[in-house]
Design a protein around this ligand. Structure first.
Ligand code: PMV
Length: 331
């Protein structure tokens, strides 16, 4: 009863921000993302009666009681429920990028965990079922089941059976589409997205404006991806991200994920664009900036980012594959 899986993370072009059901993780709005090649989690799960409780080893260290551990054990419970199993497990997992710093490690982590655990328990789920199960662990994880460009459908049912991800276009669809992650801090963030969303829905005067305008953003990015219209996708993604952060700034108390270097990059991107270098940014619940660009502009962007104070690292990514099982076990 041992299996392993690898899943890539994903970065949203139209963000999921706000839940309408906290327990089932049902979103207030649909979202669209790119699955990120090479930013991945590799996980092995073994169910065995010799384990008295779930043992979770993340990046080489056994997890103590923490929110991350709770999240993983809760998801193991969701998967056991689905399979009608009571068996506990050992879980070993490695992320090849910083954990918990707004780089969507929960998306790749929960997607890999769900794919590996289902395989270990002999559950034969199709993509839609796997996506629904992954969603119960972490919303954005439901999108990492698929590769390329992915849309998470909001759905309207109370039981969540119509809230799952589907592929909009495969990873081969837009060969020169790129993202560059400018890492400005590798520290774990203080306000997890779960809390940030809750505060936004409950206290931000701008939240209604978000819901009123998000369908338009979804339409634009969906069409832009299918037509490979870079400006359409970039402009809307940047606008959508700024709306999400405006909601947070106006929450009570206010939530601010940006560092001075985050803002410095944002200003630079605007200036580069005025001078003919077409790239856009998106920022999640953390201080990192994800630059959306085309392959031909990577050398220029890399050179310019190097000269910005506070850029600690860069990660280059493009549309990648969805989650998959592997024979490569970690123990
Ligand atoms: O699924 P979570 O709880 O990691 O939340 C993801 C939230 C954002 O990254 C900010 C937006 C998104 O759609 O990925």
């Amino acid at each position: 009863m041992k299996a392993s899986a690898v899943a890539n993370s994903n970065i949203a072009l139209v963000k999921y921000w706000g839940k309408r059901d906290e327990r089932l993780i049902l979103p207030q709005n649909g979202s669209i993302s790119m699955t990120t090649e090479g930013m991945s989690t590799h996980t092995t799960v073994e169910f065995d009666s010799r384990y008295r409780r779930d043992v979770i080893i993340l990046n080489g260290k056994e997890l103590e009681e923490s929110e991350t551990k709770e999240e993983i054990v809760r998801q193991m419970g969701n998967i056991r429920n689905h399979a009608g199993s009571k068996e506990r497990a050992k879980v070993m997992s490695f992320n090849n990028f910083p954990t918990g710093a707004g780089l969507a490690s929960s998306a790749s982590g929960i997607a890999a965990l769900t794919a590996a655990a289902c395989e270990a328990l002999g559950l034969r789920l199709n993509g839609k079922e796997l996506s629904i199960l992954a969603r119960l662990g972490s919303g954005s994880a439901c999108r990492s089941i698929y590769g390329g460009f992915v849309e998470w459908l909001r759905g309207s049912r109370e039981d969540g059976k119509d809230s799952y991800a589907k592929q909009l276009a495969a990873e081969t669809h837009w060969p020169d589409f790129r993202m560059v992650v400018a890492v400005t801090s590798k520290r774990e963030k203080k306000v997890r997205s779960r809390m940030g969303m809750k505060a936004s829905v409950e206290t931000s005067a701008f939240y209604k404006g978000w819901l009123d305008s998000v369908e338009e953003d979804l339409d634009s990015v969906r069409k832009g991806i299918l037509k490979k219209d870079f400006r359409e996708v970039g402009e809307t993604a940047e606008h959508n991200c700024l709306k999400m952060h405006s909601i947070m700034l106006a929450a009570k108390p206010s939530i601010l994920y940006w560092l001075p270097s985050t803002v410095e990059i944002m200003r630079n991107v605007h200036e580069w664009r005025e001078n003919g270098l077409e790239c856009y940014f998106t920022i999640d619940a953390g201080p990192q900036v994800k630059l959306i660009c085309l392959e031909k502009d990577i050398p220029a962007i890399q050179e310019r980012l190097k000269s910005i104070k506070g850029v600690e690292d860069m990660i280059f990514t493009k549309p990648g594959q969805g989650a998959g099982v592997t024979e490569d076990h970690l123990f």
